[in-house]
Design a binder for this molecule. Structure first.
Ligand code: PLP
Length: 384
């Protein structure tokens, strides 16, 4: 594929053709899996192919997935990791002891829990702020001058929408960097870097892979020469949080249908959100695609082509009513995670009772099934 041509391709084309990758050895239209952990040198002791020496640093399948993800993100470079948390950890491990970090409150609980513990152990001052409140975020930047700030939009499971550009400006103004967890948006709906984030982070376990069969994480960067990117790469190469070849190959395969899946998941989620908004057993629906959502206007400006697979709703009657509805669902699997082709439902209060999550809240990841079937299932579960 000529570079002139590939520079202008749109995500659906990049994804479907895996960025133009083929099996060069056989002409196969699917690239092979490379299980080798070590690579030969030539008679002059120079690595024979592409500088490859050892698979902790040189992972051909990982590089293929990274190449496609970088194109989808409009990024200078990307790195894949064995989980989303490994990607978060790789970013935060670049902070020196005594630094200050800022994170959005009420985001993915695993991220909050790990960062709190890490910052305590490393003597890093950690500030938590509701980043959907742009003023509060900017004020926190001015006061604390964080070296690193982390946001998540839409946030999981509250579906809060964060103004990426405003947050980037605020943290850049005090010399810090912005990392945006874009797991629930995917690059199909929002390219975080284009809105000013320095690094876009993904749990690739979710929609990027999309089939609930690979645990992976990813980072994409605007400036591949930046000190933080070099530090992250060095950390991955030396500490060894490397995605295995089969997982990388599956991730690449999963990403081929990413734009298609995100489009369908978003359409389905929008229909479900509208249906639930009118349901007498439902107290509130949290979905940025609803005009009643506080972040709707910002979501329209920041998300193109839909509002993603994640939606939460609060059932009237608290935990017993929510658990009863979840228990009656037949198509939605009662399981954690999101962004897969199959719909999932989770009672978050059971998982994180201490974070202020409403007892009646059910978080749903809407898959690519028929929307009518999903609505029928919700109808029977909620009693109608
Ligand atoms: C799942 C998730 C993570 C963590 O990713 P893993 O792949 O499970 O390690 C981080 N952020 C968000 C928003 C997530 O949904």
């Amino acid at each position: 594929m000529s570079s002139k041509f590939s520079d202008t391709l749109l995500p659906a084309t990049i994804a479907a053709q895996a960025g133009g990758l083929l099996d060069d050895g056989t002409g196969g239209v699917v690239p092979p899996i490379h299980p080798a952990t070590t690579f030969v040198r030539d008679e002059n002791y120079v690595p024979a192919v592409d500088g490859n020496v050892y698979s902790r640093s040189h992972a051909p399948n990982g590089r293929m997935a990274e190449g496609v993800l970088a194109k989808l993100e409009g990024a200078a470079d990307a790195m894949v990791f064995p989980s989303g948390m490994a990607a978060v950890a790789a970013v935060f491990r670049t902070l020196p002891a005594g630094a200050t970090a800022l994170i959005q409150s009420q985001i993915y609980w695993g991220t909050t829990a790990w960062i709190r513990d890490f910052c305590t152990r490393r003597d890093i001052t950690l500030i938590e702020v509701e980043a959907a409140d742009t003023q509060a975020f900017a004020q926190a930047c001015t006061t604390h001058k964080p070296a690193l700030a982390l946001i998540e939009t839409p946030s999981n499971p509250w579906l809060r929408i964060v103004d990426i550009t405003a947050c980037a400006d605020a943290v850049h103004g005090v010399g810090g960097l912005l990392v945006a967890d874009m797991t629930t948006s995917t690059p199909v709906l929002t390219r975080g870097l284009a809105f000013g984030a320095d690094i876009a982070m993904h749990s690739a376990t979710k929609a990027l892979n999309g089939h609930s069969d690979v645990l992976a994480g990813a980072l994409a960067v605007a400036d591949a020469d930046s000190a933080i990117w070099k530090a992250i790469r060095l950390d991955r190469d030396t500490a060894g949080a490397v995605l295995g070849p089969f997982e990388a190959w599956l991730l690449l395969r999963g990403m081929r249908t990413l734009p298609l899946r995100v489009e369908r998941m978003s359409q389905n989620a929008q229909k479900l959100a509208e249906y639930l908004s009118d349901h007498p057993a439902v107290e509130t629906v949290l979905y940025p695609g609803l005009p009643t959502h506080t972040g709707h206007a910002l979501a329209c400006a920041q998300m193109k082509g839909g509002f993603g697979p994640l939606l939460s709703f609060v059932v009237k009657g608290g935990a017993p009513a929510a658990l009863m509805a979840a228990g009656r669902l037949q198509l939605f699997h009662r399981a954690t995670s999101l962004g897969g082709v199959e719909s999932l439902v989770e009672h978050r209060h059971t998982i994180e009772p201490h974070t202020g999550i409403p007892e009646g809240l059910l978080r749903v990841s809407v898959g690519i099934e028929d929307a009518g079937d999903l609505i029928d299932d919700l109808a029977q579960a909620l009693g109608q």
